[in-house]
Ligand binder design. Sequence first.
Ligand SMILES: [Zn+2]
Length: 152
Amino acid sequence: MPGNYGPLDDAHVFELYPDIQLSRDNIEHYRGLAQGRLLINRCHDCHHWIYPHRPMCPECWSWNVKPEEISGQGHIFMFTLLYQLRDPKSMIHEPVPVAAVELMEQKGLRYLSRIVDCAPEDITHDMPVRLTWLEEGDHLWPAFAPMPGSTG
Ligand SMILES: [Zn+2]
């Protein structure tokens, strides 16, 4: 069952994500996903969160960048409804709502993710959302669901 791994070595992370180009900058992010933790790189000198993954802080040019777990709370900055599925056997039904979720940790820190537990027509800009996890085969994938009480 996904999400129940203890410490995962690099070889195991590569095995879990054969289609993803893993690098020194993003492997901790994927190791976290496999364990049901959403990790975003953060500068440990000026505390700026850095996403997409980069090895150097764009604010203070520090290389002292390490992954940290985020709170999982944010709001929808923008979203779209996808009508193109690549895998006909996928359990996902169209349209697939995909959003840039602005995380509460920092203005402008936006994570692209699926929106679940909400009818597509009920999704609105600025809607408060929280992190949840989808189990698909051997994987856990992050998604965001409306905060309780935030939809009419
Ligand atoms: Zn910095």
